[in-house]
Design a protein around this ligand. Structure first.
Ligand code: UDP
Ligand code: MG
Length: 317
């Protein structure tokens, strides 16, 4: 069975149209499926429409949050509850074209565990959005251990095995595409052009967007923290060179009184303070990793490590 997971937040003008489109595509695919909507605390008629869909279509399951928890939490919830052998996450505003679903499924049938849809362009995205997005991905890739593809969205298919592993990541601040990028497994990509939103405006406010960008950097990398030590070390090297110069000038007698001592103290203590901060940073980065409490390891292939795993059950009996 295929699970389609879709977070919706105030999408009253999109859900029914989205539902019809996905249903049409899934009928063509001809496999058993469920569409799992996660209503992220909508304040419009989204909930009513979901109840209506659930009442009329046995393929529909709808969950409603008590309040708005944000897109990343909503897709996490959907992945927690999805029962499919493969789970597809996609937005409910039709910017993730349902027409791509058969391609994702085909790649999965070819043996890929994670099929990431990569947006090559967005029809209504302005130059500013395109540039900030490109700059952001360049930066995050420079400082994090795992490569995150530019244009990556939360439109992807995951095999149940990868979903079970994903469920073991319970960190609160989360950047789902960063977690999945670091998960390994057999990953591939397919490209698509994102059309403009079907109806309504973006539900990602500037604040939410900045928050996500921050989470992306901070949850994936402790490099900014660890850089402090190396900056301190570098400044110490320059400090020593400066001290040599200052002492030389002093020996030649061409200095103002006090300048020599001042410069030596400044360059020495400035660097030592930075290095001290850097050492604190090393501890903090370790505390951070511990509090994230990510799984220590996960297995590939049929030796899936989750006791709930159907693969494991199949192997045991
Ligand atoms: N969304 C959500 N909770 C939020 C914001 C957005 O569940 O707090 C959903 C939204 O309904 C849509 C998807 O996440 O299905 C992507 O949001 P949107 O299209 O507004 O983002 P954009 O495409 O502008 O980046
Ligand atoms: Mg959108």
């Amino acid at each position: 069975m295929i699970s389609i997971v879709t977070p919706v937040y105030n999408e009253e003008d999109n859900v029914v149209y989205f539902h019809d489109e996905v249903t049409r595509v899934m009928k063509e695919v001809g496999m058993d499926y469920e569409i799992l909507y996660v209503n992220d605390g909508s304040t419009d008629d989204t909930e009513k429409k979901l109840r209506m869909l659930a009442a009329s279509d046995p393929h529909v399951r709808a969950l409603s949050f008590a309040r708005n928890f944000g897109h990343q939490i909503a897709i996490t919830c959907g992945m927690d509850f999805a029962d499919g052998d493969a789970v597809i996450t996609m937005d409910g505003d039709l910017q993730h074209p349902p027409a791509l679903i058969p391609t994702l499924i085909r790649k999965w049938q070819e043996g890929w565990d994670i099929v990431q849809a990569i947006r090559t362009a967005t029809e209504d995205a302005g130059l500013v959005k395109r540039c900030t997005s490109a700059g952001y991905y360049a930066f995050i890739n420079a400082i994090s251990e795992n490569h995150i593809r530019p244009g990556g969205s939360d439109f992807r298919l995951m095999d149940r095995r990868a979903i079970l592993t994903f469920r073991r990541f319970r960190e609160h601040s989360r950047f789902v595409r960063g977690i999945i990028g670091s998960m390994g497994y057999k990953q591939t990509t397919v490209e698509y052009v994102a059309p403009a939103r079907h109806a309504g405006v973006s539900k990602y406010s500037m604040r939410k967007m900045l928050h996500l960008a921050m989470d992306g950097i901070l949850t994936n990398s402790t490099v900014p923290l660890r850089m402090i030590f190396y900056v301190g070390l570098l400044s110490l090297v320059f400090g020593f060179l400066l001290i040599l110069y200052v002492l030389g000038s002093w020996a030649l007698g061409s200095t103002v009184p006090g300048w020599t001592t001042m410069t030596i103290l400044l360059s020495l203590f400035g660097s030592l303070q930075l290095m001290g901060l850097g050492i604190t940073g090393e501890y903090i980065s370790r505390i951070f990793r511990e509090t994230q409490n990510r799984p220590l390891y996960w297995l590939s292939g049929d030796t899936a490590d989750d006791p709930e795993s159907p693969y494991r059950r199949a192997r045991d009996d």
